[in-house]
Design a protein around this ligand. Structure first.
Ligand code: COA
Length: 132
């Protein structure tokens, strides 16, 4: 069974500032650092909705639209777009607020799939209703 919870919309899940130690050879923030922040944020959202431990099973449609710079105000937004029997699909967006700009810029997005797991790290059904 698959169901959606329309209307919740993107939720701010993590806000941080990347450090000089996170840059790659281009002087931009390393994609792996961005990806890890997205995985953490998506996992937090999925954990909250599923009411317990989750594991990342797939990451789909990653798109790096623009580079992230040191000292950007880095915000990760999560939106649960699909709930399956044991899985949750979370659309994760990263936006940055940059010095001198008025609006946030969408820099990266992707679709993260998490599976609700038990104490043996095996998939278990999740409740169909949102967690309180
Ligand atoms: C997550 C894990 C427990 C799932 O076990 P599994 O035996 O593959 O699970 P299943 O085949 O029963 O699939 C479970 C759910 O995941 C979904 N799924 C599995 N592979 C998927 C993929 N590649 N893309 C999207 N969804 C996927 C299935 O559709 C199913 O969803 P549903 O129950 O809502 O219909 C197992 O794959 C695992 O341990 N992976 C490693 C996790 C990990 O280390 N992640 C990184 C750190 S968190």
């Amino acid at each position: 069974m698959t169901s959606s919870f329309p209307g919740t919309g993107p939720q701010l899940t993590i806000r941080t500032i990347p450090k000089p130690s996170d840059i790659n050879y281009n002087g931009h923030i390393f994609g792996g650092w961005i990806l890890s922040q997205m995985d953490i944020a998506g996992g937090l959202a999925a954990h909250q909705r599923a009411g317990g431990s989750v594991a990342t099973v797939a990451i789909e449609g990653m798109k790096f639209h623009h580079p992230v710079l040191v000292n950007d105000l880095f915000s990760v937004y999560t939106n649960i777009v699909k709930t399956g029997r044991t899985s949750l699909t979370v659309h994760v967006e990263v936006k940055v607020m940059r010095s001198g700009l008025v609006d946030e810029i969408l820099v990266t997005e992707g679709m993260f799939v998490f599976v609700r797991i038990d104490e043996n790290a095996r998939p278990v059904p999740i409740a169909s209703a949102p967690a309180p």
